[in-house]
Design a protein around this ligand. Sequence first.
Ligand SMILES: [Mg+2]
Length: 394
Amino acid sequence: MTKIKEVRTKLYEWTGPVVPPQANFCTNASDPLPEMGGSGRDNMGSFRFHQWLVCEVETEDGTVGLGNAALCPPLIKETIDRYLAPLVVGHDPFDNAYLWEKMYRITHAWGRRGVGMTAISAVDIAIWDVMGKLAGKPVFKLLGGRTKDAIPCYYSKLYADDIDAMQKEAQQWLDNGFTMFKSRFGYGPKDGTRGVMENLKRVEAVREVVGYECDLMLEAYMGWNVDYAKRIIPKLQKFEPRWLEEPVIADDIAGYSELNSGPIPISGGEHEFSLLGFKQLLEAKAVSVIQYDTNRVGGITAAQKINALAESYQVPVIPHAGQMHNYHLTMANFNCPMSEWFPVYDVEIGNELFYYIFKGDPEAQNGFLQLDDNLPGLGIELDTEHLHNFKVVQ
Ligand SMILES: [Mg+2]
């Protein structure tokens, strides 16, 4: 038995070129705030993130597992360094369920959601990577193995833009073999009736390109409220969206429930945490699709429990974002029908950074992703090719 010897954190901050997003490219939770005092507040500020946290768990035999976190990386670093690392060092990584519970319970007063749970997630994912490497098996083989020949994935970008640009983008990825697409709304309550029309025009335009034999998902990223959603949903119905994602802020479970009883399935959960958080969502029939993000929800240990719970409610789980930590769970769970997939792209809002920090993440081919049956662990490693574009704080 080899024990955990050290837990290291590295804060990656992108200093390379950035593509500025167009105005109204996606709504977000801060949208409804009025502009006061002429401060020129950056509406997209809460959406963009150009940092990522890498967590390395090393065992006595020199095996290194990689975990990561994209929310508030400087605070995650501090949380792991100061509070979590001492809790797992000296333990057998295969006691992961105990280690998860230890991190969760000892930090419970302040750590159970948000930053605290994201930090636990990073350590937990690294521990799973170590377990896979020590066992000589890919992580998905430790989780239940292969439940599908390949993972169907949906194309996720189509931020609100000029209609021509959105149609061109949809056409490009349709030609690439994708049959499922997600686009973003750029307008919310503060944009009034004109904004409703702008939203509808873009949905119609994307539908026109992909047709009705493809799935189209729509994303509001918490930028609406119940009243606005209830006004626009009847108008969206004819475009047959597969789901409407995060129409309201994450804490408004009653709002989700009300909307989910309507004609369009509601999805959410990328800002929800832990097994008990999802129990509340499921009991309230708040979502028709669960979209936890493994690197926020409590890592792979918590995600597996949520998968089982969701299956008992017959609610599918389609993890938020692409990225290896989500793909292994999707491969290993019958109740995870597909993955989200972001295209490799110039650095824009920050999701892309994963591709610049790690290598080994699979690229979608004809709308499918493949995982290697023989690659131990998660199958990713730190990339050095783009290191010159990062400031790395250890
Ligand atoms: Mg989302």
